[in-house]
Design a protein around this ligand. Structure first.
Ligand code: HEC
Length: 136
């Protein structure tokens, strides 16, 4: 036996859920927020070679990345050489987001703020001595 009032409430919930793709999550919204999530992009595009045991790419420690000296040099390298099997294949905004994610997560720039805004001449350094992988 169903209770009419319960059904009405459920219908209400369904209507709210359906409203999301039409309003808040619609295509207009995506266009407004086109910033790529660098951590997500890195996970999808890079980590299967660089962040797995016995992966074919080196672990991307602060020391490895800081060896590129500047933001611009690391940027050029990534765009020119990675992903290794299809270099240059990513959209520019993904390279940018991944670069920013690596700089922030590996702490390569002191007081760097938003890594997307750093000028190419910004020097990369190993700042965090205790972060994972720095002993390498
Ligand atoms: C198919 C596997 C693969 C993928 C995917 C891949 N890499 Fe690599 N990566 C490698 C290999 C192998 C090397 C070392 C050999 C070389 O220089 O080609 C390397 C080298 C590097 C280096 C230089 C490391 C050093 O020791 O100087 C960096 C930085 C790097 N990759 C970043 C990335 C980033 C960021 C991505 C994602 C956009 C990515 N890689 C995707 C395999 C991969």
């Amino acid at each position: 036996m169903r209770r009419r009032s319960g059904r009405t409430r459920l219908t209400g919930v369904a209507a709210v859920t359906l409203a999301c793709p039409l309003a808040a999550c619609g295509p207009g919204d995506e266009a407004a927020d086109s910033r790529v999530d660098g951590e997500y992009a890195y996970t999808v595009r890079c980590s299967y070679c660089h962040d797995v045991p016995n992966g074919i790419g080196a672990e991307l420690t602060p020391r490895v990345l800081a060896a590129y000296s500047t933001v611009g040099a690391l940027d050029s390298y990534l765009r020119f050489a990675m992903p290794q099997e299809t270099p240059g294949s990513l959209p520019p905004e993904e390279y940018q987001a991944i670069l920013a994610y690596l700089i922030e997560s590996r702490e390569l720039v002191e007081d760097g703020g938003d890594a997307l805004e750093l000028p190419p001449s910004t020097e990369l350094r190993v700042i965090a001595t205790a972060s994972p992988g720095t002993e390498r």
